[in-house]
Design a binder for this molecule. Sequence first.
Ligand code: GDP
Ligand code: IMO
Ligand code: MG
Length: 422
Amino acid sequence: MNTVIVGAQWGDEGKGKIIDILSGKVDCIARYQGGSNAGHTVVVNGKEFIFHLIPSGILHRSAVCCIGNGVTIDPESLIGEIRGLAAARISVVNRLKVSSLAHVIMPYHKVLDKLREGKRTHRIGTTGRGIGPCYADKVNRCGIRMIDLLNPAVFGEKLRDNLREKNEIFRKVYRHPGFRFELIYRQYCEYGRRLKPYICDTSAYLNGAIGQNKSILFEGAQGTFLDIDFGTYPFVTSSSATSGGSCIGTGVAPTKIDKVIGVAKAYTTRVGEGPFPTEFEPAFNDIIRTKGKEFGATTGRPRRCGWFDSVMVKQAIRVNGITSLALTKIDVLAGLPVIKVATAYKYKGKTFKDFPGDYDALCRSVPVYKELKGWSETPVKADSYKKLPVACRDYISYLSDVCSTDISIVSIGSGREDTLFI
Ligand code: GDP
Ligand code: IMO
Ligand code: MG
């Protein structure tokens, strides 16, 4: 059984936790897009791990973890994660495979990411990890791939070509001194030497595993509304975060995918700029942010919070072919007398049931809300769904009805044990 896990909102839905839970029952976990802009949290026995590039299933010692060709890799970040795991006595040797075709994030990508933000009228609020510029070079056919780091002659030529053009742009457009060849060349050749044991043809590996009836979990990063095509463009990331990206980003064909699980928070959050129709007023935003510890796992930035938006999640279900939802952080809503769910938008006197593609409509839409009764407390340790308060279960079944989908997993805390299967 091969399953894609995908964020149904603006990222940070709790994908890391759900992937860790499901990883106990699969053979391989594969990241397919994004880069170290992702921050996926897994909490085991009270110890918190945050993964940026390494798949969130790595804590299961028999699982093989792949970083697919669709991911952009910052070697320094990857080496740091490998080292962090080693310090926690978790070895990745023979269990981590990095695609030779994945593109490499270079120092000039990170600097350009920040400089471009400074020049924009409307900042995107990127993570500053060089993601956009690296994907832009990939599409521009001047990117550097992991395999290039293993061949100093090829790498040197590509780097020289890049620096010739980029340094001119850095100096003339951004008044930045540019980059020296030698320093980057030496450093990245060294990264190549350190990462060589992991670099391979991950598409061949994954397809071979499927041929032996092994099961794969595809780990989406970011979320549907940060997807380069289906997100709230231009306030998006630069990759295909939706389920289709799992095929392009790993070299596993669509005919091999069996299930798509969408992960959604019981409310909505967003980090960075861009429209957010159900966003709370500032004072209430602060309350939920504190209660839900809504601070970015990568940048530490405060996340913006709002009500669950079924218009969005329905669109995510359609675009990704989601077969069931995992609903997270339901515990954070306990104690509220009333909980709202957006069911439609009003714009220029008309009611819309579908998520608008038009930027102006998205910015000015006023959500139409359904109000539901809250509950006072979510049990700290609930071992069965039936032990959740009636109003909490009513809220979950309303979300299932309004989104016309099954909710197969409910998460009531960050730990593995705080997970209910329906
Ligand atoms: P991801 O990027 O989708 O993996 O999500 P993040 O790790 O960035 O953010 C999710 C945060 O919520 C992390 O701090 C998790 O430990 C935490 N979390 C996940 N599920 C639950 C839950 O059901 N309840 C609570 N209170 N926290 C959760
Ligand atoms: P995970 O995988 C939430 C947001 C940034 C910014 C926009 C573009 O942990 O859910 P980028 O650096 O990608 O060019 O930034 O996307 N963003 C995320 N928001 N969770 C993430 O990842 C994100 N990765 C990028 O905040 O708004
Ligand atoms: Mg995150």
